[in-house]
Design a protein around this ligand. Structure first.
Ligand code: FPP
Length: 254
């Protein structure tokens, strides 16, 4: 989506799109002298609660970073545990999402996943495609660099066959070729687990997103924690390059 260039929507209300890096599963388990797998299982429970809360709060889009392009570097055992967890979660949850009018989407390079998982992902998307409450986007084998590369490749291919002229390349055109083309950019980015970095997540789309970092480990991140993050967001003034005075003047005349 293009950046708001006028003064509409500068006073932060409820975020339309929340994007989360769910960090801290491993440490949560280690603190309890349990294997990291237990932390990931607890992470799935936290996902369920946060999805429920976002649906109740009428958030339009929730994007969760479930597996990055770089997570393949983890020990083989952990990668394979995460893969079976994705599969079993999908098998268990898709009908529930559907009943709750939630649309499921995946972004990322899914070609690296097993056929079984890819089929389940496609089925989950197809089953929920007409739902219009929350859109739940799972970023799996996703990286911001990957997203830009695949967008540039599509654009170059269109130029090569004469469907596009290179003069047509602008910010909107690139946005329309990203994996999030039909979604608003995130308003609020949350990272749990204490690290303060973006880790190759939605690099283009986060240009004007409000950032919120919390030391809370992902399995402990509950509805109150999300409410706190949303309240912090609501207290912010979004300027999109304008001055604070312009924003205030606009909100007074509205
Ligand atoms: C980061 O914690 C978490 C992950 C890499 C995986 C996230 C996966 C889930 C929450 C479960 C599956 C989710 C879905 C949507 C099915 P970490 O392992 O890096 O924790 P650490 O920093 O404490 O080691």
């Amino acid at each position: 989506m293009a950046i708001d260039k006028d003064l509409q929507g500068l006073q932060a209300g409820n975020p339309r799109h929340i994007a989360i890096i769910m960090d801290g599963n491993g440490r949560w388990a280690q603190k309890r002298f349990m294997p990291r797998a237990v932390g990931h299982q607890a992470g799935v429970k936290a996902v369920r609660k946060i999805v429920e809360y976002c649906a109740i709060q009428k958030i339009e889009v929730l994007t969760l970073f479930a597996f990055s392009s770089e997570n393949w570097r983890r020990p083989e055992e952990e990668v394979s545990l995460l893969m079976s967890l994705f599969l079993s979660t999908l098998q268990r949850e898709v009908d529930k999402l559907d009943r709750n009018n939630i649309r499921l989407r995946f972004i990322g390079d899914r070609s690296a996943f097993s056929d079984k998982l890819q089929i389940k992902m496609a089925e989950g998307e197809a089953q929920t495609q007409d739902n219009n409450a929350l859109t739940l986007v799972i970023a799996a084998n996703y990286g911001g660099h990957w997203d830009m590369c695949q967008a540039f490749r599509q654009v170059m291919d269109k130029i090569a066959i004469g469907e596009l002229k290179d003069q047509a390349i602008d910010e909107q055109l690139i946005s329309r070729h990203l994996s999030t083309a039909d979604l608003p950019d995130p308003d609020l980015f949350i990272r749990t687990g204490g690290e303060q970095r973006v880790s190759n997540f939605m690099l283009w789309q986060l240009a004007y997103t409000e950032m919120y970092f919390t030391p809370t480990l992902w399995p402990d991140f509950d509805q109150n924690s999300l409410e706190e993050a949303i309240n912090s967001f609501k207290g912010r003034q979004r300027r999109f390059g304008h001055t604070g005075e312009q924003v205030l003047a606009k909100s007074i005349t509205q």
